[in-house]
Ligand binder design. Sequence first.
Ligand SMILES: Nc1nc2c(ncn2[C@@H]2O[C@H](COP(=O)(O)OP(=O)(O)OP(=O)(O)O)[C@@H](O)[C@H]2O)c(=O)[nH]1
Ligand SMILES: Nc1nc2c(ncn2[C@@H]2O[C@H](COP(=O)(O)OP(=O)(O)OP(=O)(O)O)[C@@H](O)[C@H]2O)c(=O)[nH]1
Length: 445
Amino acid sequence: MRKDLPIVAIIGRPNVGKSSLFNLLIGERKSIVDETEGVTRDINMELIQTEYGAFYLYDTAGFLKEGDKFNSLVQKKVKEAIEKTDIILFMVDGRNLHPMDKEIASFLHEQEKEVWVIANKLDNPDMEVLAYEFYTLGFKEIIPFSVVHKRGYATLKEKIEIWAKNHGKSITPIQDEIRVAIVGKPNVGKSQLVNTILGYERSLVSDVAGTTRDALDDIFQWEGKTIRLIDTAGIKKKSRVADDVDYYTQVRTIQAIERSEIVVLLIDAVEGLAHSDKVILDMVAEKRRGLVIAFNKWDLKTTSGKDNTEMMKAYDAYFKQELPEFTYIPLHYISAKTGYKVPQLLHRILEIHEWFHKRIETSELNQWLQTIKEANPYKQASNLRVYYGTQIYEAPPGFLFFINKKEHLRKDYPRFLEKRLREAFGFPGIPLKLIFKEKTRDDKS
Ligand SMILES: Nc1nc2c(ncn2[C@@H]2O[C@H](COP(=O)(O)OP(=O)(O)OP(=O)(O)O)[C@@H](O)[C@H]2O)c(=O)[nH]1
Ligand SMILES: Nc1nc2c(ncn2[C@@H]2O[C@H](COP(=O)(O)OP(=O)(O)OP(=O)(O)O)[C@@H](O)[C@H]2O)c(=O)[nH]1
């Protein structure tokens, strides 16, 4: 078995569709032969290879049959299986919450594993709201699903990929896509922007080799790169249930951000920054996705006869003043409607994507650190020593710095260092992570 691949198991009460999901995933499998020679294959595992990458699926068939109770015997079997598992797909019938779901949920909570709820049998988009009842089970991840219609299927596979990336597992994806989420408050022009972009490239989707298309995603090529616009129709779609509109839109936005690498936040240039824009900015920074901001409907501003460059400068200053912690984000001024500066925005997405995957060599980083030490404005006042730095994360980038004592680390130092790091290397639109650790004798310097 390849140790670097994530292991996934499907758990759930009888008749929710576990075997169906298993078969759906297995059906996608391109090879069942394990590459590692001389290693006995675990009989309970199936290697799944998809266009997104590979993972193992633990075969839990027959664990819970019709009429079974979720008793200690079953629990023991499940426990054994999930001991080896990275991700548990907790499958439920999304149409109604069953008492046994709650039993299984509390059992799974005890196991302290990554659990995603697959709310199955939501066969049409209107049923998707039903899934939110399952948040009461206490798991953060709910994926509305229909095995029959393959709904939620692409989301699931991508989530596995993202999880693997974030947990140091490799799934060696065959195709490299740039996943982009276009977000923003209602009526800001998200759909308009998607339509304008797709208007450039009519030969999309099916022409891109090896891509399967989630009903809600748009895939196209730009400057030789494959870009997936995530879930835009879904963001646009509104719930029929009036009270749910805000919540539903919010959940959609969160899901889109989670599936993305790069987020485009559209802000209405006429109305200026809204509270919801700030909420989204915080969320993206916390999830550490690449970010670009586009003030849309710029055509309405430029008709006022004012000087365009002056106006942009004024907006730049306004944004910096309102949100000083987000000055690393590139600002664009576009009109989704007329197409003004939309190609430049796309070019920027590709640029940020490169920064997202950027790796700074340790030697280069430490040469720079040397110059910072000299320039440290707190040198006189503080006893802080920064010995050595290294980039420990990629996509998104994160850096570890070894210091002498945590207590010498002043609150403003990380911000100072980040600013200098950006001045030296760039990283536009990338929320950087800086970690400081006391050097022990074992840490090489
Ligand atoms: N409407 C609908 N039915 C589904 C879906 N997925 C599975 N089913 C049906 O649900 C029933 C149970 O599916 P299974 O895959 O056998 O469920 P299971 O959880 O493995 O059931 P056990 O064999 O008891 O463990 C079957 O009749 C499926 O056809 C779905 O997405 N929508
Ligand atoms: N003048 C002008 N109008 C625009 C521009 N972009 C979008 N609009 C208009 O703004 C309105 C809303 O655009 P949509 O694309 O539907 O906005 P949305 O963000 O998808 O809206 P929701 O579906 O409510 O989330 C439409 O009437 C568009 O024609 C623009 O660049 N300039």
